[in-house]
Structure formats: C-alpha cells, structure tokens
Design a protein around this ligand. Structure first.
Ligand SMILES: [Zn+2]
Length: 324
C-alpha cells in the first residue's frame, strides 16, 4: 500500500521550495521580518543602502558634507539610514535628491530636512508628489511595519531641475540627469563619475518586476533605458534590488520589451484582459522580486495601451495602485 504521509524526495524538495517562496512573500508583505538593510561601500566614499524588502538609497560621504539619494518610506527608515551615516561621518548632510515620486523613496525627507539638507528633485517629481501625497500616506503598509502614519510629513524639494544639474561636494562631482519618463515622469539618474556608478531612479530595477502603472509610454521607457546605457559606468544602483551590472540592465530592458510585446499583441488582436493575463504568465521571471504583482502590472499596461494613459492620471475614477 502506498504511504501518503511520507512523500518521496522530489515532493519534499517541492515543499521546501514552496516554503521558501512563502517565506519570501512574507518578507515582502511584512518588511520588519526581512533581513536588515546592508550599508555597502560601492566606490570611493560612495555607499549603497540595500534593503531586501524595501527601497534603496545611495550616499556620498565627504569631509565637506554628505549627499543622500532617496530618503526611504518613513521617518523611522530615514533615521536608520542616518544612523548608518553617522557611524561613518559627522559631516553635515548637504544635499538630498528625491529620484522619483513614489512614496517609498521620499517620505523620510523630514529627517534629513531637520539635519539642514537642501532637497533637490525634478520638476515633474514634485508635481506628482503634491498630487499623490495624501494617497501615499493613507495606503502605505505602515501598520504592518510598526510605523506611525502620522509621523510622515510633506517635505517638498527646495530646488527643482529640468534636464541637467551638477553638484560639487568635497572634490567630487555629482550629475543629475533627466532623459525623459521611464517608469515615471521625473525619473532622475544620479551619476557618480569618480566611482563609475549610476543611481537609476525609477528607470531600472534589478531582478524586480517593473511597475507599469505610471509610465506614459513603454516604448519611451525602453528608449530611456538605452540612452542610460550610453552613460559610461560599471555599477548601477537601483531603487529596488541589489547592485547591478550592465548585463542586469540588458536583462531588464529585454523584460520590459517582452511585457510590452505580450500586451500589445493581445490588445491589437482584440484578446480580452482575462485571456491576456492567462497567456502572459512569464514563468522565466517568476523568481524576480514582485512577481506576485504580475497581474496588477499587466492590467495597468493593458489599460495604458488601450486608453493611452497611465492609470494614475485618472484620479478617483478607479483604485490607484501603490507605487513601488
Ligand atoms: Zn519603490
């Protein structure tokens, strides 16, 4: 008689994989249970705060002052980032750059404003921050993270830029570059030439599903990715996912192209949304961060290609997505 209480090896292996996947999903759903962020040195005086379950930041530490790219989702997260910085330097926080309007990248601004930082963002980034701030505060999973929603303050940029801006700090040059809308209008690239490194704003995520709820045009997004590749660096610092190489950038560009092609074909062929979702499972990307948001992202892309507008441009008419 076949015993069913002791599954053979392959089943056990499958169960183990399933368990690991479930743990991963729990990590992503409840940020406080994930591994602690790592503060990594990625070049001379340049650091990358890598958060497995949250958003990343980049930090340039010099004797004359400190520059921070992205302030994380909540003042508590920003305090942790500031503590990492203070372990290494007492220099003033001179500059903060908000690379995009998604709340998980700027809602820690108040902590760095208190430190005296001057905050810079692209003009379009500020426009959407103003439009969406109340929604961001209301919908972020602060409760699951043990964070007090009422501590989040709207702290806007002090300086806006449109296409290029150059900062000099402690003998280093930092370039802010806008090549057009990728994932978001206002997506800002931050180039650290001395470290041959580039923070990629919302344009590129490493081994992470793209959020297609905000892009005005996937074709334009791919153009921006290709133009970004022309910037001569070795290291990419993404807003989500680990430190990346040019190969990772190529993989992401291919991924965006495949998403776009799959949905475009369905829309052009009159295929229903439901059938498109069934046919476009993209199993080759099932181990990328955010795969559980596949249907939501494909639905957003379907809408973009059907009505010609990103979802968030129609406030109040449907459930706006959480930005990522
Ligand atoms: Zn994000």
């Amino acid at each position: 008689m076949r015993r069913i209480d002791s599954p053979p090896g392959p089943c056990r292996a499958k169960l183990a994989v399933l368990l690991l996947l479930m743990i991963g999903i729990v990590f992503q759903a409840a940020g406080q249970e994930a591994p602690a962020p790592q503060f990594l040195r990625v070049g001379p005086n340049l650091y990358f705060n890598y958060d497995f379950a949250g958003s990343n930041s980049a930090v340039l530490i010099t004797d004359e002052g400190i520059l921070v790219v992205d302030t994380r989702m909540h003042p508590d997260d920003a305090e942790l980032l500031l503590a990492e910085i203070r372990e290494r330097s007492d220099a003033p926080i001179r500059w903060v750059i908000n690379s995009q309007f998604h709340g998980d990248h700027y809602m820690g601004n108040s902590v760095f404003a208190r430190e005296g930082a001057t905050i810079i963002a692209h003009r379009d980034t500020q426009t959407v921050i103003l439009e969406r701030f109340d929604y961001e505060v209301a919908t972020r999973p602060f409760d699951q993270r043990g964070q007090d929603r009422t501590k989040v303050e709207l702290v806007l940029p002090d300086i806006l830029f449109d296409s290029h801006m150059t900062l000099d700090l402690g003998g280093y040059t930092v370039e802010l570059i806008y090549l057009g809308a990728g994932q978001n209008e206002g997506d800002t690239l931050i180039h650290f030439p001395h470290a041959r490194a580039l923070h990629t704003g919302g344009v590129f995520h490493n081994r992470s599903w793209a959020n297609t709820s905000y892009t005005p045009s996937v074709a334009e997004w791919i153009r921006v990715l290709r133009a970004m590749k022309a910037i001569d660096v070795d290291t990419y610092l993404p807003p989500h996912g680990p430190v990346a190489t040019e190969q990772d950038l190529d993989d992401f560009t291919e991924f965006i192209g495949l998403l776009h092609a799959g949905v475009r074909e369905a829309v052009d062929g009159g295929v229903s949304l439901e059938a498109m979702l069934r046919e476009n499972t993209f199993p080759q990307y099932s181990n990328w961060r955010g795969y559980e948001r596949r249907e939501r992202n494909l639905t957003a892309l379907h809408e973009l290609l059907t009505v010609g507008e990103a979802q968030y441009f129609v406030p109040g008419s449907r459930a706006a997505p959480i930005s990522e």
